[in-house]
Design a protein around this ligand. Structure first.
Ligand code: FES
Length: 112
């Protein structure tokens, strides 16, 4: 199964987890208690699922839809490799995908 690596903004925290093909980065984050909000649950009506994709993987992703671009414009800490986590769907090719969470001061891994 492909893997995904979530990093905190300061790169101090790193969590590698299984990423089933067909699930979005947001869905995978939620299954593993990664602190990625996703307030609208993937309906492109918020920007709280904003992640920064590692440049190595950014070009492998399909182009964002216009709705995604519009929402990203509202995201805090936008970068040129920013995407919405609910719109990144895992594939075999994305094995090892690295995404960074935007908020430097937030603890991204909440152990429950
Ligand atoms: S969860 Fe709202 S746009 Fe991704």
């Amino acid at each position: 199964m492909p893997k995904i690596i979530f990093m905190s903004a300061d790169s101090k925290e790193r969590k590698e987890i299984d990423a089933p093909v067909g699930l979005s980065v947001l869905e995978i984050a939620h299954k593993h208690d990664i602190d990625l909000e996703g307030a609208c649950e993937g309906s492109l009506a918020c920007s709280t699922c904003h992640v920064m994709v590692d440049p190595e993987f950014f070009d492998m992703l399909p182009e964002p839809k216009e709705e995604e671009e519009d929402m990203l414009d509202l995201a805090w800490g936008l970068t040129h490799t920013s995407r919405l986590g609910c719109q990144i769907i895992m594939t075999e090719e994305l094995d090892g995908l690295i995404v960074r969470l935007p908020a430097a001061t937030r603890n991204m891994m909440v152990d429950k």
